[in-house]
Write a protein of this length. Sequence first.
Lengths: 494, 347
Amino acid sequence: MKLFDLKGGVHPEGKKDLSAERHIRALPLPKKLYVPLQQHIGAPATPIVNVGNKVLKGQLIATAQGAVSSSIHAPTSGTITALGDHVAPHPSGLPVPTITLESDGEDRWFMTRIVDDPLALAPEEVAACVAAAGIVGLGGATFPSALKLNLSRSSGVQTLIMNGGECEPYLTCDDRIMRERAVEIVEGIRLIAHAVAAKEILVGIEDNKPEAIAAMQEAAQGTTVKVVAMPSMYPMGSEKQIIQVLTGNEVPAGGRPADIGVLVHNVATAFAVQQAVRYGKPLISRIVTISGGAILQPCNLEVLIGTPLQELIDFNGGYTQPAARLVLGGPMMGQQFTNTNVPVVKGTSGVLALLASEIGHAEASPCIRCSTCVRACPVGLLPLEMAAHIRTADLTGAVALGLKDCIACGSCSYVCPAHIPLVHFFNYAKGDLAAQERSKLKQEATKKLAEARNERLARIERERAEAAAKRKAAREAKERAAKEAAAKAAEEAV
Amino acid sequence: MNPIAHSPHAHAPVSIGKVMGTVLLALTPATLFGFWLYGWPAVNLWAVALIAAILGEAFVVRMQGRKVRPVLMDGSGILTAWLLVLSLPPYAPWWIAVLGSLFAVIIGKQVFGGLGQNVFNPAMAARVMLLISFPLEMTTWVAPATPGFMESLRITFFSQPIDGMASASLLGHVKTEFTRGIGLDQALTGYYAPLDMLWGSRTGSLGETAAVLLLIGGLFLIARRIITWHAPFAMLLGVAVPALLFNAIDGNHYAGPMVHLLSGGLMLGAFFIVTDPVTSPNTALGQFIFGLSCGLLTWIVRTWGGYPEGVAFAVLLMNAATPIIDQYVKPRIYGRDRKGAALTANK
């Protein structure tokens, strides 16, 4: 199949050999699970259980709220011991609303409803199953999958792209799941295609995963699913970039893939969809890669949502030496964390314990305008110019240069010889812009309220004056009438 | 505790110091050749220029209240002085090198705000300043010779006359002969030996005569991805095309492309000056336009200007045009057309 060129991109050291040959193993049942109510883009789920309730594995414990949200299920059977705050899987380490579940060790399923021929279901039913299972995009974006299916069906998607790029260094969870569960993934892919009535199905896998490509090709035989090997380059697995490479089309600025008739899902999401539709199993576990130079034995684990990260790190022997930095996700876009009590959530693809030599941190020096960042940017931006504008607080100038088109992939920061934290600048500016827009909306709302209040006060004043005038007129009329009556009476008396 | 770090949590094994070091490495063959060709005076000049640049920069940075060490360690001051000294007559007196180096790192760079902030290429700005202020010292060339060490000290530091060794560079010779009404065919006789020019055994600046060594250094930088081919190739093209055209029209008055390509500071300029990232545009197309214009201007100055050589003037003029090029030449953004409007949805 003809592939299209991608501009920019970088070739970070893969480091996938650390964990790529390790079979997926299940982590032993943890004693306590911390399940945050928000593990997806959108509104947090609302708990429907109380402290002391006994729940079974897979039982719904929090329901989706509003248009963009996702349900949450009990990862194992046990007792709810707390509904409260627990440290979030976020660099801030702030507490977030979390359901704490104490395992009873029995791991008993709530119920399993098996559908023998899931492809015979109506497209709406497939989407409903996906929604009920609380499935979100497992590639990292964690957008509620059912919503994506419904939006795509209504806007007429032609091409379904399954993302098996896994371009982040270290991560091998998608590689492993494609090697070991290809048949299930292909069925999941066909279910997704069925749900959105896609005509063309492409599975893009980077060519540094030949075993995964072979396994997927074998599983896809006799179906319309087409497995495509893509060149290994970062950020090949980014949604916009994989669309460009496989179709040659670009998602319009500010638009969605559906605008050009494309839907992109991650391969691990397809596995979750298959499990949900065929077996009625909600999304309560995922594959996580544990790797990095400070990890004794890197591995790929199937982990229940809510498991504290410390248990993942300890499982295979812990550290070889103290890690210089702990990262959730891949090294290019992942987030640092410091508290290992943080739970695994639906979007956790990797847990990395990195050495200082792997991070390659150095103090930033002045920009020499070498334009390495310009050549590395897969979007076609001028990172050095954008950073110069943001440095002088000229956000308007940065937006004019395309700040909002930045996908925060980190390619520019990665190659910068001056070690300037370019993406940090851009994310800071995006955050500042969002705050500015919020405060502008707030100001407008305040202004509107103040105007309404002034108007109301003026109206009351006016009404009061009118009423007073009316009363005065009535009194005067009365007095006049009395006077006239008196005059008349006097006249009559004369 | 360290503050929370932002992604990416990995970095390519690069640094400013490594970039500058690689460029210095690429300059080394041509420089060593210059030392071999002109002997100890060239070494003296080189050493004096580098020491002046280091001390001058350290002094100014200290006056600004900034840390001296990281500024010196980035190697940019050394590179500037090195490039400048390669463009000087090898037997120039010591104070030419000192003045030039100080002008380059202080006026040319630090006054603008230090590394990355200067509008003009510091080495070229210094060379033009010297050329305009001290035309005699800057145009006293010698034929390759190897005076002894003690004699070299007298040449560099005590202005011993070098009349006996004086010679003229090819471009200077051609210009002089033109003013005497002598055409190219005669002027070049005995002066233009393409092979000598290729290997550099001829009169000229300290480091610019070995066209092949400079070319190898440049190709090395392209291979190491320190520079791209756009600006150098375009500059050579910008000189060669008009030279070819005009030479074909009037061969007795306009020198051919080989004479131009192998003369003066063109090779040094193409691979080490117009590729200066700070003072050149930041897109491939912009760099191509920049290089092409530098080449054209060089050829125009050489052909019709008052000076025999024009690389430094051309580079400074185009440095001033760099912000304009950057304003108009921008990459197309994903999902947008060239004008920046969002692409239309189509299914």
